[in-house]
Design a protein around this ligand. Sequence first.
Ligand SMILES: [Zn+2]
Ligand SMILES: [Zn+2]
Length: 408
Amino acid sequence: MRGRELRGELDAFLAESEQDLVAFRRDLHMHPELAFAEYRTTQRIAERLTAAGLSPRVLPKGTGLICDVGSGDGPTVALRADIDALPLQDEKDVPYRSTVPGVCHACGHDVHTTVLLGTSLFLAQQAAAGLLPGRVRLIFQPAEEAPGGALEVMAHGGISGVDRIFGLHCDPRVDVGQLGLRVGPITSACDRLTVRVSGPGGHTARPHLTADLVFALAKILTELPAALSRRIDPRSSLSLVWGRVEAGSAANAIPDDGVAEGTVRCLDEDAWHAAPDLIKSLLESVASAYGIEATMDYTRGVPPVVNDEVSVEMLGEAAERVLGAGAVVPTQQSLGGEDFAWYLESVPGAFARLGTRSPDGVTYDIHQGTFDVDEQAIAMGVRVMAATAFTALWDVGPLDSTVTSALA
Ligand SMILES: [Zn+2]
Ligand SMILES: [Zn+2]
């Protein structure tokens, strides 16, 4: 089964299922659950997969699940959705408004979950008819908004044996029916840095007899970002920006400790890996020049999502096949973080932006209490995910280069 047939099969499936999927999304939207507390959501997904004859495996913490469709020695392609909501108030006036105070699906993960459920049900039908040329691993991942969800999936074998992985995210700046793609990094890294300095302290009349801690801290605050910009490739856009600094309590006393906190953002994976060691050595060299002690806590966020070129070609080919010519649009690298990046450190794959804006409608933003989608995006997402799985399983090799050359 190729091209035109797949499109026809999807049309028939969605003619029957689209309303049901919209209702499923609205139910999730009314009952949002925070990271690692997605028990009801997980249960709802598991019930539907089981009813379709599949065998979902709920992760040990009871939230999130993994499920394989199809079998055989062929390739395994993973499709991932995140299922958690955000700790903020739903401000929409819609019948499917959140019923949980202070919790809202404001990042569209209810849509991602529904898209993957629809894709799962379609693939289950295809597998039952003997039409699925390999295995598809469905990953309903918990806790994307809090650290740990992707790592939890990986710790329990979620991507073992997987040859390629795909995911998508709602993009309220792209019209419904379009898919935003980009080769290379599509999201960014964001880490936290805390620097603590200490010295003997003393009178401001005699800085030469002690260590001038405030002066040294000021040097650290300016020298670290400046030196980083000379030691890391400027194209990586690594930036250290301080958000808090504190030292001292009196005008005429040199304090014995101080602290500074900031974020390290970065567009490039190599620079992200190199950043902690480099920052530590720069910090030690500046501190020692002024005779103070300095330590740092470097808290890793996520690496950038770096899209593999062949996987982007597959997504682009699939989207053009089922959404129509012109459906693929180039997209920018965002400064946001996304833990899909952890999978791509081990397995090639790609992450796409699913258009959710009604043409000529309101442009919403994610992580806002007003965020909502054009629900036609659900069917579009099912088409793209299912076609991408088939395309990757067919492994058709290099595709129409006009699609990807516009995205690089
Ligand atoms: Zn989010
Ligand atoms: Zn999100």
